[in-house]
Ligand binder design. Structure first.
Ligand code: ATP
Ligand code: MG
Length: 425
């Protein structure tokens, strides 16, 4: 019988082995994704070379903007792969210029585009090759491990291993192949994490922001959004102050005046005093109701209890125009949820007030690290973001989060209000 310490050692070895297998399986998943991106990178690299050649005869110049757009898309795919596999690679792009001359200037001078092109060239080779090696090792392991199960079922010449390099025709050879399969498997478990590091290296080198980049634009942007955040904050305070002043405060003044009148009437006209006290009570109740609604408008309690899904369900259910709701996100930072909530509340109020729509839909999803809120209606269109009104307030709230508001509302409809908010926590 084995002693407890030997059993504990064995358990530790088994746990370590299981952990290594899991790590390797996860690495393999990202290696295969990387291989697909590598194949895409080869195609885009071919387009880049072709565009370069066509530039000699002039036509290529017209293709540069589209080509740069393609390069950005594959680079973004790789950034996303790196992010979800645990490397926080961020790189917000400036919009691509429209004209041919500006696009050419971007291709030559913009350090981000140059770095993307360098990544494309290195990744098309390294990423694809390394991904191919990982796939080959795992394919060899699976093929060899299952060899005894299928080698008799295929024509004798087809019972081969390692892409036809080794041919087996006896049972002894089949069992040896299976043993070889175990070796391939161990090799895959040991190699995959290292191969993933190799495959990610070009992306980690070229896809983050250029360390020598001029950050002044970004700083200016952040200063502007901080000012917008402070503005939104001041506006919100003013709204709360107005709501308290015009609502609860007025009611409480009435309560005080009526209470004084009731006190004076108490001795000589108790019946009138009782009447006045009744009015005091109803005014106090309205003051309470006003206060409750103001408090609710600061951070709706339904949001805290039921999350975005619950809070939006309540909004959709109250909407006079029937609204379909789809929310596919979990809990998000409270400030993001609040902004999304108020955006949907404003958009649905607008649908009811202005659109003449018969149906509306609210779709909330996350795309990578962005929360996307879409409110659509089938009304007559014509929505505009006007300074000082509801949609402008939502735009300011979104900007304060480094997010955006986009309104598409052609005459005749439909109206689509889209709010995008970064939601990485
Ligand atoms: N869904 C919609 N369909 C058609 N028109 C719309 C829609 N939403 C807004 N609009 C138009 O755009 C204008 C601006 O909307 P916004 O929400 O900014 O202001 P408002 O609703 O008029 O005022 P507030 O929101 O301050 O009460 C509205 O006055 C309306 O004419
Ligand atoms: Mg409005």
């Amino acid at each position: 019988m084995s002693s407890p310490s030997v059993r504990a050692d064995r358990t530790t070895v088994l746990t370590d082995a299981w952990r290594a297998v899991r790590r390797s399986a996860v690495a393999f998943k990202w290696l295969v994704t990387g291989l697909l991106i590598g194949l895409l990178a080869i195609c885009v690299l071919a387009i880049v070379v072709l565009t370069g050649l066509l530039c000699i005869v002039g036509v290529g110049l017209l293709l540069i903007p589209a080509m740069l757009g393609l390069v950005r898309r594959v680079a973004e795919l790789e950034r996303r792969r790196l992010r979800v596999s645990g490397h926080p690679v961020q790189m917000p792009y400036d919009a691509l210029p429209r004209g041919v001359r500006e696009a050419w200037r971007t291709a030559v001078h913009d350090s981000t585009s140059r770095r993307d092109l360098k990544w494309l060239a290195s990744y098309a080779v390294v990423g694809t090759f390394v991904g191919g090696v990982a796939l080959q090792v795992v394919a060899n392991a699976v093929q060899a491990l299952t060899f005894p199960a299928w080698w008799r079922l295929v024509p004798s010449g087809d019972a081969t291993l390692v892409n036809g390099l080794v041919s087996v025709s006896t049972w002894k050879g089949a069992w040896a192949a299976m043993a070889m399969g175990a070796v391939w498997l161990i090799l895959a478990v040991a190699l995959n994490p290292m191969l993933l590091r190799m495959q990610s290296a070009p992306g980690l080198r070229w896809l983050p922001p250029d360390p020598t980049l001029d950050w002044s634009t970004r700083v200016a942007e952040l200063t502007a959004t901080r000012a917008a955040a402070l503005d939104a904050h001041a506006l919100e305070l003013r709204r709360i102050e107005r709501a308290l002043h015009d609502g609860a405060q007025n009611r409480l003044v009435t309560v005080a005046v009526l209470a004084g009148a009731a006190q004076r009437s108490m001795e000589h006209d108790p019946v009138r005093a009782a009447e006045i006290l009744e009015r005091v009570q109803s005014s106090a109740e309205s003051a309470l109701a006003e206060l409750r609604s103001v408090v609710r408008s600061i951070l709706p309690p339904v949001l805290e209890n039921g999350g975005l899904d619950g809070a939006l369900s309540a909004l959709a259910a109250q909407s006079p125009v029937p609204a379909r709701l789809s929310v596919t996100t979990g809990r998000l930072p409270a400030s993001v949820e609040t902004t999304a909530y108020f955006a949907v509340a404003e958009a649905l109020t607008n649908v009811a007030k202005h659109s003449g729509a018969t149906r509306a839909s609210v779709v909330v999803t996350t795309q990578g690290e962005m929360l996307q809120v879409l409110v659509e209606d089938d009304g007559h269109g014509g929505a505009q973001v006007r300074e000082g009104s509801g949609l402008a307030g939502i735009a300011r709230r979104a900007e304060a989060h480094d997010g955006t508001l986009t309104v598409s509302s052609p005459a005749g409809g439909p109206t689509v209000v889209e709010v995008k908010l970064p939601c990485a926590s």
